[in-house]
Design a protein around this ligand. Structure first.
Ligand code: MF3
Ligand code: CO
Ligand code: CO
Length: 293
């Protein structure tokens, strides 16, 4: 028995200020049914209301715009520090901030991960982009208190076929996962399976140490979104959830080591290439909407 049962004309629990019967009543009924069918139901704190979604949507547009801006400026012989400077300029012009800057002491405004760097590469005057390199550029931004997080791979000039394949397959892992989402039906484990199967089918491995996450009111929120399957029950994916999917796929083995000098940079143990793509997505009644890519 509920401590108290919400009535049709009560204000909805989501913060929309709409009547319950015009807001999340149907949603609650669907979740109740799913729960009875054995699914793990996400708690209400995972569900964003319409105002929050509008705020995160705007942040997502700026986040994607930043990556577009970097995409049109990236070129051989550029340093990753220059990408950091472009980011500072763009965010200032768009009334936004880097969420990465000073996050747990992180010293720069985004992450730039070249070749064998899996993630959290720190922009530097000493890292110069050369023809044939692949780089992941990952930026989390905040705009009026709302957060979005996305990353892309860039190929510098002409790259080797193995690098090109890794970049392509990693993006496919993410796109296939997003396309597979059916609200009230797909679970986080189902997503992980799509990613893992596609990576392994192509001879690649999935990094386990980093994962996607809820996002929107902070950079990192619950739930964790793993890119490999686990035995435990995982959450059902339902409308109102906003989270990232951000598979890191290695050309060789999945194992990594952390740079002991900066404490951030994660590299492949076997020195082979790693790639990553990340979107912020919103779950709607129809499927997944990409808010930032
Ligand atoms: N953008 C990263 C993510 O996808 C987090 C950045 S770590 C930081 O979750 F240190 F750069 F902030
Ligand atoms: Co990110
Ligand atoms: Co992220």
């Amino acid at each position: 028995m509920d401590r108290y049962t919400i009535k049709d004309n009560d204000i909805c629990w989501c913060g929309s200020e709409l009547k319950y019967c015009n807001c999340h009543k149907n949603f609650d009924l669907k979740l109740k049914e799913a729960k009875e069918n054995g699914y793990l139901i996400p708690p209400r704190r995972f569900i964003k209301n319409l105002n929050q979604i509008e705020g995160i949507r705007k942040a997502g547009i700026i986040n994607s715009g930043l990556l577009d801006y970097i995409e049109s400026n990236i070129r051989p012989r550029m340093t990753t520090e220059e990408i950091d400077r472009l980011t500072v300029k763009y965010l200032k012009e768009h009334d936004s901030e880097s969420a990465d800057f000073m996050y747990e002491g992180y010293p720069k405004h985004l992450c730039t991960s070249v070749n064998d760097v899996i993630c959290h590469g720190i922009p530097s005057d000493y890292v110069i982009l050369n023809e044939g390199d692949i780089i992941n550029v990952d930026a989390t931004i905040s705009h009026k208190g709302y957060f979005a997080d996305a990353s892309r791979m860039f190929m510098i000039g002409k790259v080797k076929p193995n690098a090109e394949k890794l970049v392509r397959v990693t993006k496919e892992c993410l796109d296939f996962a997003v396309e597979s989402i059916i609200p009230y039906k797909t679970t986080l484990n189902d997503l992980a399976k799509v990613i893992e199967v596609h990576a392994k089918k192509n001879g690649f491995s999935v990094v386990h140490e980093y994962c996607g996450h809820g996002v929107g009111l902070k950079m990192h929120e619950d739930p964790f979104v793993l890119h490999y399957q686990v035995k435990e029950k995982t959450y059902l994916i339902v409308p109102g959830m906003v989270f990232t999917i951000e598979p890191m796929i290695n050309e060789g083995s999945r194992y990594l080591y952390l740079d002991y000098k900066d404490g951030w940079t994660a590299r492949t143990k076997d020195k082979k290439l790693s790639a990553q793509w990340e979107y912020t997505i919103l779950i709607t009644e129809e499927g997944a909407e990409i808010l930032s890519k």
